[in-house]
Design a protein around this ligand. Sequence first.
Ligand SMILES: Cc1cc2nc3c(=O)[nH]c(=O)nc-3n(C[C@H](O)[C@H](O)[C@H](O)COP(=O)(O)O)c2cc1C
Ligand SMILES: CCCCCCC(=O)C(=O)O
Length: 360
Amino acid sequence: MTVIRTDDYGRVARERLPADVWDFIEGGSGDELTLAANAAAFRRARLRPRVMVDVSTVDTTRTLLGSRLATPIGIAPTAYHQLVHPDGEVATAAGADRAGALFVVAMFASRTLKDIAAASAAPLWLQLYWLRRRDAIADLAERAADAGFAALVLTADAPRLGRRLRDVRNGFAVDGRVRAVNLDAALMAASHDRRAGASALAAHAAQTFDPSLTWADLAWLRERSALPVLIKGILTGEDAAAAVAHGAAGIIVSNHGGRQLDGAIAALDALPEVVDAVAGACPVLFDGAVRGGRDALVALALGADAVLVGRPPLWALAAGGADGVADLLTGLTDELAHDMALAGRPTLADVDRRLIWGHS
Ligand SMILES: Cc1cc2nc3c(=O)[nH]c(=O)nc-3n(C[C@H](O)[C@H](O)[C@H](O)COP(=O)(O)O)c2cc1C
Ligand SMILES: CCCCCCC(=O)C(=O)O
């Protein structure tokens, strides 16, 4: 199959991956209402292009927390990349590096932070879940700083894992050969216990995730790491304001790709409210159903400083390893530049709400 659009990687990956791994990646929680809403929100958006603008040069570069990126399209944290490719996150990092893109590495990465860092000169951030074992969080934050990671991302929307019915039906468990190597083995054992009619990941999260996380705990993390801490999983202006008040260095508007609270609003619909509440106090990133350059353009116009893609890099990794990831990201960035030119917005500074019909 010739790969010309993001979804083509998905078709190739689906042919290559075991059905239960495909379902783990693709699935949302519950009735997958939020998963569907994320994509539908982009399909509704309509653009107001300007003409007679010099677009002979289009600039997609973006500076985020002091790091210069070739593209405002980066990689969202997703667990266990070795489920789809033997090189796992090392290949993902190499692909992101070639595209000059940000890669947010998951706490449950299947390659070591050191090996991932060695594969990329582009910025790397580390995502954290709030574990009952605080020592594991502090230890990981320290190792991330030592390995040259530039920021931490605390995922706030997962006091427990969403009820992902595909995983429950498949009795999904992570293949024993794929390990969350940055956490100690005892902490991770349950994610490999296959049991009919249950998701091993959900059972494992119930044991290890600490559902008592509140804003006060952000101070604990900030005291233990000099790295800036962003909060991922914000969908309301109230929480965005609280994040700023508690010293968050950035916010990621996200409903976890429709994998947590089913029925939560589409991430794109939440974006303007969050951007208004933040009022420029810190960068606002976005994820959820970005599948093309036009989607990225819409989210940027609604106020995101950068967008992240979650499932597509896993598809591209399965389809073509590091080359697949690099091609995906450069392809998305080319599409973004193309649409910026046709919309009469030659720089990201020109991309604002006036571009979106109904928001101008
Ligand atoms: C297979 C998979 C694993 C994920 N793992 C994590 C994770 O470990 N930590 C996290 O904060 N979010 C995780 N996410 C959510 C993504 O970071 C992101 O919010 C979501 O995938 C964005 O939506 P998209 O897939 O439509 O681009 C995961 C998503 C998928 C699909
Ligand atoms: C207990 C391990 C949880 C990893 C979950 C990754 C994931 O599927 C998600 O966050 O979504």
